[in-house]
Ligand binder design. Structure first.
Ligand SMILES: Cc1cc2nc3c(=O)[nH]c(=O)nc-3n(C[C@H](O)[C@H](O)[C@H](O)COP(=O)(O)O)c2cc1C
Length: 206
């Protein structure tokens, strides 16, 4: 959290903290702008995500947020300070790409809904043509996924912050539900088979 608050707590934010009485508990982070990098646990969390939200800022100051998704692990950690993912062909509005030209700073939030955990990140976005970097293109490829990668989004991280689980409603994806239901389906099939055998036995003894 230190770098996250050091970078985001503007004078107006600090004034709001002071007005509420929370300023004293956060003041110690004011100058802690150094980001030590992602931990192994952070990287494992990111590797399990199938989506996140990415916020950028337009040239005239409007914030913009977009959902990004792919198979679990589509966001790769290149190292403890760098993430990357393939920007897939979309509606060709290029809002994030365009915003990054005038303001590379972006914010991400990644949520694990079943575990009620969320990680916030601050980064500088570098948009890199995939043709310029075949090794990166190979690293970001997701074989079999129906999407056309058009460019690499490379995120040079500046801060991270784990949030509390408050107000995160647990939700499960279809594969997660299928995995949880599998033992029940197996049990049901066994009981149906047993029931059919019992019925058949009763028919023959009539
Ligand atoms: C045919 C098509 C239509 C789309 N329409 C929308 C849309 O109306 N709104 C939206 O938020 N995303 C839409 N998307 C998804 C976006 O194109 C995609 O999320 C892309 O990454 C957006 O990038 P940007 O938000 O930086 O412009 C569409 C994608 C495709 C392929």
């Amino acid at each position: 959290m230190p770098a996250f608050l050091a970078l985001t707590a503007t004078p107006a934010v600090r004034a709001a903290q002071a007005a509420d009485g929370s300023r004293a508990s956060y003041a110690r982070f004011d100058d802690a702008t150094d980001f030590p990098g992602l931990t192994a646990a952070d990287i494992a969390f990111i590797a399990a995500r199938d989506s996140f939200y990415l916020a950028s800022v337009s040239a005239d100051g409007w914030p913009y947020v977009q959902h990004r998704g792919g198979p679990p692990g589509f966001v790769r950690a290149l190292d403890a300070h760098t993430l990357a993912f393939a920007d897939y062909r979309g509606n060709r509005q290029f809002l994030t790409v365009g915003n990054s030209v005038t303001e590379p700073r972006v914010a991400l939030i990644l949520v694990d809904y079943p575990a009620q955990r969320r990680l916030k990140l601050l980064a500088r976005l570098e948009v890199r043509p995939l043709a310029d970097d075949p090794a990166l293109a190979a690293a970001l490829a997701v074989p079999g996924y129906r999407a056309l990668p058009e460019r690499a989004f490379v995120l040079h991280l500046a801060a991270s912050d784990w949030n509390c689980p408050q107000h995160i409603t647990p939700r499960w994806t279809e594969p997660e539900i299928a995995a949880a239901m599998a033992p029940l389906h197996e049990r049901l099939a066994a009981l149906e088979a047993e029931n059919a055998a019992l019925k058949a036995g009763r028919e023959t003894t009539k």
